[in-house]
Design a protein around this ligand. Structure first.
Ligand SMILES: Nc1nc2c(c(=O)[nH]1)N=C([C@H](O)[C@H](O)COP(=O)(O)OP(=O)(O)OP(=O)(O)O)CN2
Ligand SMILES: [Zn+2]
Length: 126
Protein backbone atom coordinates (compact mmCIF):
# COMPACT_ATOMS: atom_id res chain seq x y z
CA UNK A 1 0.00 0.00 0.00
CA UNK A 2 1.48 3.44 -0.93
CA UNK A 3 2.52 5.81 1.84
CA UNK A 4 0.07 8.62 2.39
CA UNK A 5 0.23 11.62 4.69
CA UNK A 6 -2.32 14.36 5.12
CA UNK A 7 -1.08 17.80 6.15
CA UNK A 8 -3.61 20.41 7.18
CA UNK A 9 -3.68 24.11 7.98
CA UNK A 10 -6.56 26.19 9.30
CA UNK A 11 -7.33 29.88 9.08
CA UNK A 12 -10.26 32.24 9.44
CA UNK A 13 -11.84 35.09 7.56
CA UNK A 14 -14.69 37.49 8.23
CA UNK A 15 -17.27 38.37 5.62
CA UNK A 16 -20.90 39.12 4.97
CA UNK A 17 -23.28 37.12 2.82
CA UNK A 18 -26.92 36.53 2.07
CA UNK A 19 -28.47 33.39 0.66
CA UNK A 20 -30.82 34.39 -2.14
CA UNK A 21 -34.03 32.37 -2.05
CA UNK A 22 -33.40 30.98 1.45
CA UNK A 23 -36.70 30.64 3.31
CA UNK A 24 -35.65 32.48 6.47
CA UNK A 25 -33.29 34.95 8.04
CA UNK A 26 -30.24 33.78 6.06
CA UNK A 27 -31.72 35.59 3.04
CA UNK A 28 -30.85 38.86 4.81
CA UNK A 29 -27.33 40.26 4.79
CA UNK A 30 -25.41 38.96 7.83
CA UNK A 31 -21.87 38.08 8.76
CA UNK A 32 -19.76 35.16 9.93
CA UNK A 33 -16.24 34.46 11.04
CA UNK A 34 -15.62 31.55 8.69
CA UNK A 35 -13.13 28.84 9.59
CA UNK A 36 -11.32 27.25 6.64
CA UNK A 37 -9.18 24.11 6.81
CA UNK A 38 -7.26 22.80 3.81
CA UNK A 39 -5.86 19.28 3.76
CA UNK A 40 -3.06 18.28 1.38
CA UNK A 41 -2.38 14.61 0.66
CA UNK A 42 1.31 13.83 0.21
CA UNK A 43 2.83 10.59 -1.03
CA UNK A 44 6.48 11.50 -0.39
CA UNK A 45 8.45 13.17 2.36
CA UNK A 46 11.54 15.26 1.69
CA UNK A 47 14.89 14.74 3.45
CA UNK A 48 13.55 16.69 6.43
CA UNK A 49 10.53 14.42 6.76
CA UNK A 50 8.14 17.06 5.40
CA UNK A 51 5.35 16.29 2.94
CA UNK A 52 4.54 19.96 2.34
CA UNK A 53 5.67 22.79 4.58
CA UNK A 54 2.86 24.17 6.77
CA UNK A 55 4.20 27.58 5.80
CA UNK A 56 3.69 26.99 2.08
CA UNK A 57 0.14 25.77 2.71
CA UNK A 58 -0.57 28.72 5.01
CA UNK A 59 0.75 31.22 2.45
CA UNK A 60 -1.46 29.80 -0.30
CA UNK A 61 -4.45 29.63 2.04
CA UNK A 62 -4.04 33.20 3.25
CA UNK A 63 -3.71 34.45 -0.33
CA UNK A 64 -6.90 32.66 -1.35
CA UNK A 65 -8.82 33.83 1.72
CA UNK A 66 -7.59 37.42 1.33
CA UNK A 67 -9.91 37.79 -1.66
CA UNK A 68 -12.88 36.95 0.60
CA UNK A 69 -11.91 38.66 3.84
CA UNK A 70 -14.11 41.62 4.85
CA UNK A 71 -16.13 41.39 1.64
CA UNK A 72 -19.79 41.07 0.84
CA UNK A 73 -19.36 37.66 -0.77
CA UNK A 74 -22.30 38.16 -3.11
CA UNK A 75 -20.33 40.92 -4.84
CA UNK A 76 -17.39 38.64 -5.66
CA UNK A 77 -17.58 37.35 -9.26
CA UNK A 78 -17.35 33.69 -8.17
CA UNK A 79 -20.57 34.08 -6.15
CA UNK A 80 -22.67 36.21 -8.48
CA UNK A 81 -24.25 33.16 -10.11
CA UNK A 82 -24.29 30.89 -7.04
CA UNK A 83 -25.00 31.56 -3.39
CA UNK A 84 -21.98 31.94 -1.10
CA UNK A 85 -22.89 28.91 0.99
CA UNK A 86 -20.28 26.96 2.89
CA UNK A 87 -20.45 24.32 0.15
CA UNK A 88 -19.80 26.80 -2.66
CA UNK A 89 -17.07 28.59 -0.73
CA UNK A 90 -15.36 25.25 -0.03
CA UNK A 91 -15.47 24.36 -3.74
CA UNK A 92 -14.16 27.78 -4.74
CA UNK A 93 -11.24 27.57 -2.27
CA UNK A 94 -10.48 23.95 -3.24
CA UNK A 95 -10.01 24.99 -6.85
CA UNK A 96 -7.96 28.07 -5.98
CA UNK A 97 -5.70 26.07 -3.67
CA UNK A 98 -5.37 23.08 -6.00
CA UNK A 99 -4.04 25.33 -8.73
CA UNK A 100 -1.34 26.59 -6.37
CA UNK A 101 -0.36 23.51 -4.37
CA UNK A 102 -0.87 20.38 -6.46
CA UNK A 103 2.18 18.69 -7.96
CA UNK A 104 3.39 15.17 -8.74
CA UNK A 105 3.64 14.07 -5.10
CA UNK A 106 0.83 16.01 -3.44
CA UNK A 107 -2.64 17.29 -4.03
CA UNK A 108 -5.26 19.17 -2.11
CA UNK A 109 -7.53 16.42 -0.81
CA UNK A 110 -10.26 18.48 0.82
CA UNK A 111 -11.31 21.90 2.00
CA UNK A 112 -13.54 22.38 5.04
CA UNK A 113 -15.49 25.58 5.61
CA UNK A 114 -17.49 26.32 8.79
CA UNK A 115 -19.76 29.33 9.23
CA UNK A 116 -20.40 28.62 12.88
CA UNK A 117 -18.66 26.26 15.31
CA UNK A 118 -19.86 22.75 14.60
CA UNK A 119 -21.59 23.36 11.24
CA UNK A 120 -19.90 23.46 7.87
CA UNK A 121 -19.17 21.75 4.58
CA UNK A 122 -16.32 19.79 3.04
CA UNK A 123 -15.46 19.67 -0.66
CA UNK A 124 -13.15 17.34 -2.56
CA UNK A 125 -12.79 15.90 -6.05
CA UNK A 126 -12.01 12.27 -6.71
N1 LIG B 1 -25.77 23.33 4.18
C1 LIG B 1 -25.84 24.65 4.52
N2 LIG B 1 -26.80 25.09 5.30
C2 LIG B 1 -26.84 26.39 5.64
C3 LIG B 1 -25.86 27.27 5.17
C4 LIG B 1 -24.84 26.77 4.32
O1 LIG B 1 -23.95 27.49 3.88
N3 LIG B 1 -24.87 25.46 4.02
N4 LIG B 1 -25.88 28.55 5.57
C5 LIG B 1 -26.80 29.03 6.38
C6 LIG B 1 -26.73 30.47 6.79
O2 LIG B 1 -25.60 31.10 6.25
C7 LIG B 1 -26.77 30.73 8.30
O3 LIG B 1 -26.30 32.04 8.55
C8 LIG B 1 -25.96 29.81 9.12
O4 LIG B 1 -26.85 29.05 9.81
P1 LIG B 1 -26.54 28.38 11.20
O5 LIG B 1 -25.38 27.47 11.07
O6 LIG B 1 -27.82 27.79 11.66
O7 LIG B 1 -26.07 29.58 12.09
P2 LIG B 1 -26.89 30.51 13.06
O8 LIG B 1 -25.97 31.56 13.57
O9 LIG B 1 -28.12 30.95 12.38
O10 LIG B 1 -27.21 29.51 14.27
P3 LIG B 1 -28.49 29.41 15.16
O11 LIG B 1 -28.04 28.60 16.33
O12 LIG B 1 -29.49 28.67 14.31
O13 LIG B 1 -28.89 30.81 15.47
C9 LIG B 1 -27.91 28.20 6.84
N5 LIG B 1 -27.82 26.84 6.43
ZN1 LIG C 1 -24.85 32.84 6.97
Amino acid sequence: MPACFEVYVETHFSAAHRLKGYPGDCARLHGHNWMVEVTVRCTQLDALGIGIDFRDVRTALKEAVADLDHQDLGEIPAFRAQNPTSENIARYLYRELSSKLDDASRRVSKVKVCETPGAGALYWEE
